[in-house]
Design a protein around this ligand. Structure first.
Ligand code: 0O2
Length: 279
């Protein structure tokens, strides 16, 4: 296939990756704006390289014209979560959209030893390598400059720990061209078990972690608000008031007293509001 044909073939996948990244990032941002903790830690997307597509065609030996049906991860989205529980939430977001802006085609559930009842669909079939992830193959419609197309996309959902393992294992497989020495294979299987244990332990203290993250966010939001309003006082030529508030802020910051900081924030908001009303 010529370069231009490859470009034309891959174009809808690039568009689908861009659109899905935008949609998933919006879901993440909206949760944050509503003061909630998003189940999505981060999201990335990619279109498979031509050499990687050719490698897969050679590996499975199917005809070139079947490649878009046979290779289901030409376009891929990877969603990283903090906790196993978040994987369920994110997967269910896709099931809820089924028949609306996408169609769920296939589930590949490589989550071992995890309570599968949380998922709306899919039973776990662990991979021999130790790889853990939850994959959803979707059919996604795109309107390109060449017309309407539907493409298969692979959504990979996994925790930070699972992702760390998968990246390392992928690099080692690349280094050894898929033929990992036995001792490395064994170590990887052991580390996969450790990943499972780590995720399990994190789940147990999830509420503690979420409460700490909420507290941290609240503090940083309060501090930003205070600094913005001290800046506003300077802009309104209330330099002495701004300096007084600055001193109070520094004093409270040293004591790490969140309640007093929130009270200071409210006092400052009221002060700035009053001055603005009077000018
Ligand atoms: P890349 O470079 O990420 O694109 P196959 O891909 O033929 O092995 P299948 O059934 O087509 O198998 O799809 P599967 O198993 O869902 O794998 C699709 C993708 O999942 C892979 O794409 C990897 O990204 C990831 N994956 C699957 N198994 C493993 C594994 O054991 N280790 C790691 N690190 N990743 C895995 P590609 O094309 O292999 O690679």
């Amino acid at each position: 296939m010529g370069t231009q044909n490859w470009q034309k073939l891959l174009m809808p996948y690039h568009q689908a990756v861009d659109e899905l990244l935008l949609k998933i990032n919006q879901l993440k941002d909206q949760s944050i704006q509503m003061g909630k903790i998003s189940p999505i830690e981060s999201v990335v997307g990619r279109v498979k390289s031509i050499s990687s597509i050719l490698e897969k065609i050679n590996k499975y030996g199917f005809p070139m014209e079947d490649l878009e049906d046979k290779i289901m991860d030409i376009g891929g989205i990877r969603i990283i979560c903090q906790f196993i529980e978040d994987i369920y939430q994110v997967a269910n977001m896709f099931y809820d959209r089924n028949g609306k802006d996408l169609t769920v085609v296939k589930i590949k559930n490589y989550l071992e030893g995890i309570d599968q009842s949380h998922f709306k669909s899919g039973l776990g079939v662990p991979k021999a390598s130790g790889y853990q992830s939850y994959h959803i193959i979707i059919r996604y419609p795109v309107f390109t400059s060449f017309g309407y197309r539907e493409v298969l996309m692979e959504i990979q959902i996994r925790t930070l720990a699972m992702n760390f393992w998968a990246i390392i294992e992928h690099s080692l497989n690349y280094k050894y061209k898929g033929k990992l020495p036995e001792n490395i294979k064994e170590r990887l299987t052991n580390t996969a078990l450790t990943v499972g244990q780590l995720d399990h332990e994190m789940s147990i203290i999830r509420d503690e972690i979420l409460a700490a993250q909420k507290l941290f966010k609240m503090k940083s939001g309060t501090v930003n608000d205070i600094l913005d309003n001290i800046n506003n006082l300077h802009k309104l030529h209330q330099d002495q008031k701004a300096i007084d508030f600055e001193n109070e802020f520094e004093n409270l910051s040293e004591k790490e007293d969140l309640i007093q900081l929130i009270l200071l924030k409210k006092e400052l908001q009221a002060e700035v509001g009053q001055i603005k009303d009077s000018v």
